[in-house]
Ligand binder design. Sequence first.
Ligand code: PNS
Length: 172
Amino acid sequence: MLRKPRSVVAIYPGSFDPITNGHLDLIQRGSRLFDRLIVAILRNATKAPLFSVEERMEMLTEVVAGYPNVEVDSFNGLLVDYAAQRKAQVLLRGIRAISDYEYELQTALMNRRLRPDLETVFLLANEAHSFISSRLVKEVFGLGGKISGLVPHSVETRLQRRLSKTKRKGAE
Ligand code: PNS
């Protein structure tokens, strides 16, 4: 029989490019469910990110400052190997809609095959956030749309700075 570990460590992995209020909601709820929650940014992503890993670490660290059991980190390679290294028993992922389910099911089953004792726990996104994605936030913001309420205030400020820098570069 598998015993419940004394302290449950969960990893919330993702790209977080940038962190949205949907991610933040999951972090808040995860911090209440687990003894320790590690928010882990994937370093070796194939897609070109808007923010560097270091910038994303800074943004995440700022917004999780009020949660003493939440840590921000980054990882390379297989998530299950990183989880083993961090002695985590749980992977936390959010599901917004049925469209998320297929990908999440595949990756959770692959991760289980790679490391059967690591459990993936899914939390349903708050309905107020179920349409928010980092990709859409970047697209809407880049085209001049309003994103307040979709991302933490500090992230909105950074997006504004990034956009004006890009515009300045374009004008040169
Ligand atoms: O926020 P995202 O982009 O949906 O996060 C995807 C992430 C980082 C969770 C996923 O790409 C991942 O775990 N990558 C690490 C490499 C790995 O372990 N791949 C096999 C997963 S079955």
